[in-house]
Design a protein around this ligand. Structure first.
Ligand code: PLP
Length: 471
């Protein structure tokens, strides 16, 4: 029988060093690479063998293909010239923490299947809650607690499911009202809210898009009116989503008045702060989510703006006992003494997936490396640079701002209209020297610049400005 060609520890050590060097070289040169991948659809796949090798290949052949065929198809999210969407930052400590997690290869579905994975996760989430000034109830030492999910989309899905169960009286729809549930958000909420409402069986038609004000933030009175109209019509409000920092324009739904309405009607209140929530590491930005103590659940993505690489979405609930009634099930094959004792957390009960990698490790590496002060310094600099760009735009005769700039997302357009704005985005992206994206507000094309990449400095924003104004 042929031997299985595992890497020996010594081979792994040698190749591992090569790969760490490769990543370090990448960090050095990423700034000079064209930010947006320049390949055509199908080009990467066509460059690689269509069928898997029968016999294993030398590692050097894999690395050669990585350099020659895969890398041209990479869009460089870690480039300081990346201004598109919201940034997706990683960092040296995160990569190293993730390497350790991969090497350990634990599966932490239960406390018993790797106690340290669970306990470190609980600790890191309590640290995060403290760093962000979240309400006491979101701490594991209080009535609630957090869990690491892959994405904000998954976190919001869990919130919708919990809201549905509350509205059904945790009775598995015995009352037969499952087809009368309604959910509410603003039209500017992320599409993950509608996706979650569909998956939960409430359906897109029962997702109310509440009116927004001139700054694209939800109008609480309109929410109240919508809920009252639905109740009067015999429908059952089940879920409200407020967004702290909408994806299109970073609009801030007013968390407190929306929360008061949810309390009055007993509706599950979820706050999606996927991007902007990270700003709360700086006390001066916490007012943007004042009223969080009224929320049942909250999501923030350290994998966007706190230097923890994908996937790391932090989801918090205020009342874990109620939350777990939605997702906790105990098949015989998972029974164990520690779980039965009630003294431990089994995170498999906190989300859809059963299996879970040791994601807390990379966040722990990041927080210990940077310290709270290091993360605050980055956020403050991004906000300063975003506002600087906004000031330049305000003074330029060809551009106008189209939304408030509460943090570091700048939305603007060309005064000559949509075609001119679109031409600016296309021209800048075609240079390969920066990458930005667009959105639509009030039906009009809007240029969108997010100054949020970990290594973006004033000189990068200055170069972007030169590109924007070069036409
Ligand atoms: N919510 C908001 C406000 C977002 O901006 C985004 C993505 O940008 C998401 C949710 C979805 O995040 P994820 O990719 O973690 O699902």
């Amino acid at each position: 029988m042929a031997a299985v060609p595992h890497l020996t520890p010594d081979e792994f050590r040698r190749l591992g060093r090569q790969v760490v060097d490769w990543v370090a070289d990448y960090m050095e040169r990423v700034e000079d690479l064209p930010v947006l991948a320049q390949v055509k659809p199908g080009e990467v796949r066509a460059g690689l063998p269509a069928h898997p090798p029968t016999e294993g290949e030398p590692f050097s052949a894999v690395m050669a293909d990585l350099d020659e065929i895969v890398m041209p198809g990479i869009t460089h999210w870690q480039s300081p010239n990346f201004f598109a969407f919201f940034a997706g930052n990683t960092s040296g400590p995160s990569v190293l923490g993730d390497l350790v997690a991969s090497g350990l290869g634990t599966q932490g579905m239960l406390w018993a299947t790797s106690p340290a994975a669970t306990e470190l996760e609980t600790l890191v989430l309590d640290w995060l809650a403290e760093m962000l000034g979240l309400p006491e109830a979101f701490l594991s030492t209080s009535t609630g607690g957090g869990v690491v999910q892959d994405t904000a989309s998954s976190s919001t899905l869990c919130a919708v499911l919990a809201g549905r169960e509350r509205a059904l009286g945790h009775s598995g729809n015995e009352a037969g009202i499952g087809d009368r549930l309604v959910a509410y958000t603003s039209a500017h909420a992320h599409s993950s809210v509608e996706k979650a409402v569909r998956i939960a069986g409430i359906g897109s038609a029962r997702l109310r898009h509440v009116d927004v004000d001139a700054g694209y933030a939800m109008v609480p009175e309109a929410l109240d009116a919508a809920i009252r109209a639905d109740v009067a019509a015999g429908l059952v409000p089940a879920f409200v989503n407020a967004t702290v920092g909408t994806t299109s324009s970073l609009a801030m739904d007013p968390v407190r008045p929306i929360g008061e309405i949810c309390r009055e009607h007993g509706v599950w209140y979820h706050v999606d702060a996927a991007w902007a929530g990270s700003a709360a590491v700086c006390p001066e930005f916490r007012h943007l989510q004042d009223g969080l103590e009224l929320a049942d659940s909250y999501v923030v993505n350290p994998h966007k703006w706190l230097l923890v690489g994908l996937h790391f979405s932090a989801f918090f609930v205020a009342d874990r006992a109620e939350y777990l009634r939605t997702l906790s099930l105990l098949p015989e094959y998972l029974r164990n003494e520690a779980s039965a004792s009630g003294a431990v957390i089994d995170y498999r009960d906190w989300h859809v997936a059963l299996g879970r990698r040791f994601r807390a490790l990379k966040a722990w590496f990041v927080i210990r490396h940077y310290g709270v002060a290091g993360l605050q310094a980055m956020i403050r600099e991004h906000v300063r640079l975003g506002r600087l760009l906004a000031a330049w735009i305000e003074e330029h005769p060809s551009f106008e701002l189209v939304a408030p700039v509460p943090l570091n997302l700048v939305c603007f357009r060309h005064v000559d209209g949509d075609a001119a704005s679109e031409a600016v985005v296309e021209r800048v992206n075609a240079t390969g020297r920066a990458y930005l994206t667009h959105t639509k507000l009030d039906g009009r094309y809007v240029i969108r610049v997010n100054v949020g990449q970990a290594h973006t400095e004033e000189r990068h924003v200055g170069r972007l400005w030169d590109l924007l104004t070069a036409g």
